[in-house]
Design a protein around this ligand. Structure first.
Ligand code: GDG
Length: 469
């Protein structure tokens, strides 16, 4: 088995799966790397006054974690800038929030070059290199320029946007050109794959076959949809653990017989939290019988709080939740428990299990692992119902959820009502099919499918010969 070299912006050592680090990519990769020998390389999260390229190596559960510090200017221009103020909003269809600034482009190019300089000496000829997410799109191009001939794959955790949105990005074709230096590009969903196909064929006059062979810029690239999954077995076991039972008990005691609706998200505008609160308000207004009988708990862990759009959404959520609680709360009931903190994964599993409804309504999401976690944590004899946005990648696989349009308060209010009143037999029927999918398409299956696809591609050198012919 070749070594697997995983490269992502940040790394999360696969030590304790219950630690409180938040974010779908960290969760998935630490699970995926557990059985591989390899290296996980990324930014330490720290900054120094001047970039030194000094590697810090740490061995943890069979994986070597290698990190490098960046400069403060890198954090601003690359991380807070191009990654989180340009690409993140654009790829989540929020061009109103996308900032196009040339200093960000420069920071992005500089950090990708720094990553390539630092990681190249660690590489051996047979290594498989797997690069993750929008922070590092140009990395293969940088590595190729340094003579790296290995197979290099890229996986995008977030959606690929529709062509008409993507073309608002200055120099959009440079970014796509850089993708063609990979051997395999994976997306989360068919929706993203078809948006990419549209760009290749309509915008740059390339070709793409039904089996995902894309040709453009004189290069060939394999693309495909590889929907990510959970470490389902571990998550389900976590839902039966002591901390989970403690939390389930605490939730049930505090609910005093009321039904719980749960949302768990990074505090991000793409997650549709404001729309969710407003839909819940609409539900309360339309269903007076639910007043004092239902409670929405939203765990929203603060994220990227140096970026102003995140400060804005946080302030709006404080205001909306406060207003709804002000309008409806009674002496011993609050309609929304809005919690800005982080819990351990097993504690979250206990909370999911205590909830009659999982409310997962992002406005756009690459996949959304919370939907899968909610399902994996349920009691098979009395599972809750999942309400899921049609714009989460997960909706392509989880058709047995109640699929909603997160932009429509009325749709969501109806779905909340339907979920709260769904007969147990229907909940079991839907849950069994959902759980079957969560188990089959788990994180190991995702990793193996991707790595297998990468390994089975022709050697990069052969491809070049084929292109010359
Ligand atoms: C990106 C893509 C894609 C949340 N609060 C706590 C906590 N979390 C964990 C959840 C879940 C993860 O964070 C969030 O994952 P998502 O998949 O929902 O979303 P993103 O962070 O935006 O992830 C996404 C993912 O990458 C993987 O490819 O699915 O579409 O946007 O695991 O449980 N974890 C802990 N405490 C919390 O309070 N421990």
């Amino acid at each position: 088995m070749p070594r697997l070299i995983v490269i992502s912006n940040r790394v999360n050592a696969p030590t304790d799966e219950n630690d409180a680090s938040v974010g779908g990519l960290a969760m998935a990769l630490s699970a995926a790397l557990r059985e591989y020998s390899g290296i996980w390389f990324g930014w330490s999260g720290r900054t120094t006054t001047e970039f030194t390229g000094q590697l810090s190596l740490q061995r943890s559960a069979g994986v070597t974690v290698a990190t490098v510090d960046l400069e403060e200017q890198d954090r601003q221009e690359y991380y807070n800038g191009y990654a989180n103020r340009t690409l993140w909003p654009l790829f989540h269809y929020r061009i109103d929030l996308s900032a196009y600034e040339r200093s960000f482009d420069k920071g992005y190019a500089r950090v990708n070059a720094r990553f390539a300089d630092t990681v190249t000496p660690l590489l051996e000829p047979d290594d498989l290199i797997w690069v993750h997410d929008y922070h590092l799109i140009p990395l293969a191009q940088e590595l190729r320029q340094r003579g790296v001939r290995n197979r290099i794959g890229f996986f995008l955790h977030i959606p690929w946007p529709a062509q008409r949105l993507f073309t608002t990005l200055p120099n959009h074709s440079d970014l796509v050109r850089a993708l063609f230096d990979y051997d395999l590009v994976g997306f989360q969903s068919e929706d993203s794959l078809s948006a990419f196909r549209e760009y290749v064929t309509d915008e740059i006059g390339g070709k793409m076959t039904d089996t995902g062979q894309a040709t453009a810029y004189g290069r060939q690239l394999q693309v495909g949809a590889f929907p990510i999954g959970l470490d389902a077995e571990a998550f389900t076991a976590g839902a039966d653990s002591e901390p989970a039972r403690t939390w389930r008990g605490r939730m049930e005691a505090s609910l005093a017989g009321r039904q719980l609706i749960i949302g768990v998200d990074r505090l991000d505008y793409s997650k549709g939290l404001e729309e969710r609160f407003l839909a819940y308000e609409e539900f309360l207004a339309n269903h007076s019988e639910a007043l004092e009988h239902v409670s929405l708990m939203q765990v929203a862990t603060p994220s990227r709080d140096e970026v102003s759009a995140y400060q804005d959404i946080r302030a709006r959520l404080d205001a909306v939740s406060g207003r709804i609680n002000g309008a409806y709360a009674t002496a011993d009931w609050v309609p929304i428990r809005y919690v800005n903190r982080t819990y351990r994964r097993d504690e979250l599993a206990g909370m999911y299990r205590a909830a009659a409804v999982g409310l997962v309504t992002p406005l756009r999401d690459g996949m959304n692992l919370v939907a899968k976690e909610y399902v994996a944590a349920q009691d098979p004899a009395n599972p809750g119902a999942l309400v899921l946005s049609q714009f989460a990648g997960a909706a392509e696989q989880m058709g047995d959820a109640l699929i909603v349009n997160p932009f429509s308060r009325e749709d969501m209010s109806d779905a909340i009502h339907r979920a709260l009143t769904m007969p147990r037999s229907e909940r079991i029927r839907r849950w069994e099919r959902l759980m079957d999918g969560v188990r089959k398409n788990d994180v190991t299956a995702w990793r193996d499918r991707y790595v297998q696809a990468l390994v089975s591609l022709p050697e990069p050198a052969q491809l070049e010969e084929a292109a010359v012919c």
